[in-house]
Design a protein around this ligand. Structure first.
Ligand SMILES: [Fe+2]
Ligand SMILES: [Fe+2]
Length: 265
């Protein structure tokens, strides 16, 4: 079974490059499950219901997010539009599970592939150098005790490489993959850990690489050079799609291979 995970889509350039490549990647690799981190898909800040629908039309099964989940207020009504046990599209947009309790949306989606394989996708956010959340390590334990599917993919949306590596070891042998997002820079450390969990510190952004992690470089440099505030805008240049392909045994959920993908124009 093949799982495609697409790293943070950033703005219109990211959406365009993903639209260009996702079809042939899914076909060439006989992808059974497609997960996209969409937290920056709307101009770099959040995701709108309309863009979520576009990404589902491209073949996404689940959209994960992160610290930008609340940037587009209209997404809240979309998340609230279906009950917890729904399989409809709004329920397939998930936010970090370890935010404060009783917020809109859900941190886990459990579904079934077209081939009949049960799976779960979990979204967690790191604590180090991030906004305050609840502990993602104990939250992962609690969530896993309630999930029956063998195929489980964790999007660990975190800043610090140490925290991400630690989460990989924490969940090794208990989930199919721990894939990092949020830094927008792909890392070259993809591997299958000894317990059978595919791990990568960061999948990397799907967006404009002639930028500072997606934002127009002049605007970011101005802030570094002057310390003055200014509006950030999504860059457009040199778009790349970054994704990771995980192969696993659908019966055990253990990963057998992990491969990085980076495609440009
Ligand atoms: Fe991001
Ligand atoms: Fe983020």
């Amino acid at each position: 079974m093949n799982i495609l995970f697409v790293g943070d889509i950033f703005g219109s350039a990211g959406r365009r490059i993903v639209r260009e490549h996702i079809g042939h990647i899914r076909e060439a690799n006989a992808v059974d499950l497609t997960i996209i981190n969409a937290e920056n898909a709307a101009g770099g800040f959040g995701v709108t219901p309309q863009i979520a629908e576009e990404l589902f039309d491209l073949g996404a099964d689940v959209l994960t997010t992160g610290n930008h989940i609340w940037d587009k207020r209209e997404l809240i009504d979309y998340l609230n539009s279906v009950p917890a046990d729904s399989q409809k599209r709004p329920r397939r947009v998930i936010r970090p599970a370890n935010l404060q309790p009783n917020l809109p949306g859900y941190g886990v989606f459990e579904g079934t592939t077209e081939n009949g394989v049960n799976y779960a996708v979990i979204d967690l956010q790191g604590c180090v150098f991030m906004n305050t959340t609840n502990d993602p390590f104990h939250k992962a334990n609690a969530l896993l005790s309630g999930i029956k599917a063998k195929v489980i993919v964790v999007d660990f949306h975190a800043e610090a490489t140490s925290e991400k590596v630690a989460m990989g070891w924490h969940l090794d042998g208990r989930v199919t993959a721990v894939l990092g997002t949020h830094t927008h820079i792909p890392t070259a450390d993809q591997r299958v850990l000894p317990g059978g969990t595919a791990y990568q510190t960061d999948v990397g952004m799907s967006g404009p690489y002639d930028s500072v992690i997606g934002v127009e470089k002049e605007l970011v440099l101005h802030r570094f050079l002057t310390g003055m505030p200014g509006k950030f805008e999504a860059a457009k240049g040199n778009p790349k799609m970054c994704a990771t392909l995980v192969t696993c045994d659908p019966d055990t959920g253990r990963a057998t291979a992990i491969q990085r993908i980076m495609l440009g124009e």
